[in-house]
Write a protein that binds this ligand. Structure first.
Ligand code: SF4
Length: 484
C-alpha cells in the first residue's frame, strides 16, 4: 500500500511536501536528502509533484518523480489546463508503468497566456477527471481540491456543493487551498463532518514572508489581506531574522493547529532543503509539547499575528465576511425570469414527452442532419438561436438542463460542474465578469434546486464533438458508459 494511502487509512497525521518539478540537479539532491529522512516531526513525509505551475518549461510530475531513487511513494498532480480525457489517460498509463498509484486531480488556475476573448482554452474539470481516473484505476488513491477561503455566500456555497460532487465522483481525500484563516479551516472540517461519507482532508501551508505575501496576492484563490501585509511588513522592518523566525513559528503553529482541528495532514510548500525541514521540525517540537487543546492553540495563533503598534489582523477581506450557514442571497428578477422562460421552452421542446418535443426530436434525428451541408446548417441554426440567449458555443452536448440554463461555455475555462478555486468575492479569476457559478448558485437557490449542484455529475465534452448541433444527440438514447 502506498505511504499516503496507508497513513490516511490508519488515521496517522501525514505531511506531503509539494515539489515543483524542475531541471535542477541541486534541487533534486536537496529533495533526496529530505526524502531520505522520510518524516517531519515524527509524521510520515512524502513528495507531491505539482503540474503546470508557473512557466511551461517545468518538468512534468512524472519526470519529477522519475528523478527520485524511489518514486513509488509520490503523489502526482494532474492539472486539467488545456487538457482532454486522452491526456489524463496517457498520464494514468505512464504512472501504471512506473508503479505510481496516487493522483491529485485539479482543474487548475489560469493557463499563462489564456485570454478568453482570443482563442478559447478548455480545461478538463476535476469532477469528470475523477470519474475517468476512478473507472480506470479502482484501487488508486485519488484526491481533489477544496477552497474554503470564500467570503460571499454564492462562491462559498458553490465551492462546497462542487466538493460534494468530487466525493461522489470518487475522491478519497480533499486538499485545501493555501490559506491562513483558521475559522475557514474549521468551517471546512464542520462541512466534512456533515457529509454522508467523511473523507480525510489535508491543508496547504507555507511560510509567509512579506515578499511571498506580495506575490501570493496575485495568485487566484489565495486570500492575503492588507492587515496581514502590514504586519508582515512591520516584522520585516525589525529585521530579516525576526521576520523569518515569526514566519517559521506561524508555519509550525499552523501545522500543529491542523492536527488539533482533525485534519489528516499538511501539504507543505516552500521547504527546499534539509536545513529548512529541520528548523521547521524543531519549531513544531517546541510548540507541540506545550499545547494540548484547540483553545490553547487559538490563543497562540492569535498572538502570533500580533505586534505592538500594528493594527489587528483580519483574515477576511475588509468588505465581506460570509460564513457557512449565513443565507441571504437570492436570484435577481432578471435571473429568475430568464430561468423561468428557458425552463418553459426546454420543457416544450426537449422534454422528449410532449407532442411538440416528440415532433422536434423526430425532425432533428433524420439521417439528413448527420453530415455535410445539412449538419452545418443545423449547427448554424442552433448557434443563431441560442448564442444571444445564453452565450451558446455549440459544444455539441447541451448541458443547460443541469446548469440552471447558465451555459458552462460562458465560463472562460468551460467548467460545468462548479467553480474553480480562483474566484475572488464572486469575480471570475479572469477578472472580466461575475463567476457564472455564483450566478448559477443564486438561481438554484431561488428555484429550490441546490441539490442539483451537488449531485449531478456532468461529463466532459470530447474535443471532436465540439462545434456541431447538440439537438440530434439530445434525442438519441443516452450513453451510460461511466465517466462519459
Ligand atoms: S451547454 Fe453547449 S450546447 Fe448548451 S448552450 Fe452551452 S455551449 Fe450551447
Amino acid at each position: 500500500m502506498s505511504s499516503l494511502k496507508k497513513a490516511l487509512s490508519e488515521g496517522r497525521f501525514v505531511c506531503v511536501l509539494e515539489v515543483v518539478p524542475q531541471q535542477s540537479p541541486s534541487r533534486l539532491a536537496a529533495l533526496e536528502q529530505i526524502l531520505q529522512r522520510g518524516q517531519l516531526a515524527g509524521w510520515p513525509l512524502l513528495p507531491a509533484f505539482a503540474d503546470r505551475v508557473g512557466v511551461h518549461s517545468d518538468l512534468s510530475p512524472l519526470e519529477g518523480a522519475g528523478g527520485l531513487g524511489n518514486p513509488a511513494s509520490s503523489l502526482l498532480h494532474f492539472s486539467g489546463k488545456d487538457r482532454e480525457r486522452a491526456d489524463l489517460l496517457l498520464q494514468i498509463e505512464s504512472m501504471k508503468a512506473r508503479g505510481l498509484k496516487q493522483l491529485l486531480l485539479l482543474s487548475g488556475d489560469r493557463l499563462p497566456g489564456h485570454h478568453p476573448d482570443q482563442a478559447p482554452v478548455r480545461y478538463l474539470e476535476s469532477v469528470p477527471a475523477l470519474q475517468i481516473a476512478r473507472e480506470h484505476c479502482p484501487d488508486w488513491l485519488l484526491g481533489a481540491a477544496l477552497n474554503p477561503f470564500k467570503y460571499r455566500e454564492e462562491e462559498g456555497g458553490a465551492q462546497y456543493l462542487k466538493a460534494q460532487k468530487k466525493l461522489l465522483a470518487g475522491a478519497d481525500f480533499l486538499t485545501l487551498q493555501l490559506g491562513f484563516d483558521a475559522s475557514k479551516h474549521r468551517e471546512a472540517q464542520t462541512w466534512m463532518r456533515a457529509q454522508v461519507s467523511m473523507k480525510p482532508m489535508l491543508a496547504c501551508v507555507m511560510t509567509l514572508t512579506d515578499r511571498r505575501a506580495a506575490a501570493l496576492q496575485a495568485v487566484p484563490g489565495v486570500v492575503i489581506t492588507e492587515s496581514m501585509r502590514e504586519l508582515l511588513y512591520k516584522e520585516q522592518q525589525v529585521s530579516q531574522a525576526y521576520a523569518s523566525a515569526r514566519s517559521l513559528e506561524r508555519l509550525a503553529l499552523q501545522i500543529v493547529g491542523l492536527q488539533l482541528m482533525g485534519y489528516a495532514g499538511a501539504h507543505v510548500s516552500g521547504v527546499h532543503t534539509l536545513e529548512e525541514l529541520l528548523s521547521l521540525e524543531q519549531a513544531i517540537a517546541e510548540l507541540r509539547d506545550g499545547m494540548t487543546s484547540l483553545t490553547d492553540w487559538a490563543e497562540r495563533w492569535r498572538a502570533s499575528w500580533q505586534m505592538p503598534g500594528a493594527r489587528e489582523v483580519c483574515f477576511a477581506p475588509e468588505t465581506d465576511a460570509w460564513e457557512m450557514g449565513q443565507s441571504d442571497v437570492t436570484a435577481t428578477r432578471r435571473e429568475r425570469l430568464q430561468h423561468t422562460l428557458l425552463s418553459a421552452v426546454h420543457g416544450q421542446f426537449f422534454s422528449r414527452t410532449g407532442w411538440l418535443s416528440k415532433a422536434f426530436g423526430w425532425s432533428v434525428t433524420r439521417p439528413i442532419w448527420k453530415a455535410g451541408v445539412a449538419a452545418d446548417a443545423l449547427h448554424a441554426v442552433e448557434r443563431t438561436v441560442k448564442r444571444p440567449l445564453v452565450g451558446c458555443d455549440t459544444c455539441g452536448r447541451c448541458r443547460l438542463q443541469d446548469t440552471l440554463y447558465v451555459c458552462p461555455e460562458t465560463c472562460p475555462k468551460g467548467l460545468a460542474n462548479g467553480p474553480c478555486g480562483g474566484t475572488r468575492l464572486n469575480r471570475c479569476e479572469f477578472g472580466d465578469r461575475e463567476c457564472v457559478h455564483s450566478v448559477k448558485y443564486r438561481i438554484a437557490k431561488s428555484a429550490n434546486q441546490l441539490p442539483v449542484l451537488a449531485q449531478t455529475l456532468i461529463p466532459c465534452i470530447e474535443a471532436e464533438k465540439r462545434h456541431r448541433s447538440s439537438w440530434p444527440e439530445w434525442f438519441e438514447p443516452e450513453d451510460t458508459t461511466p465517466g462519459r
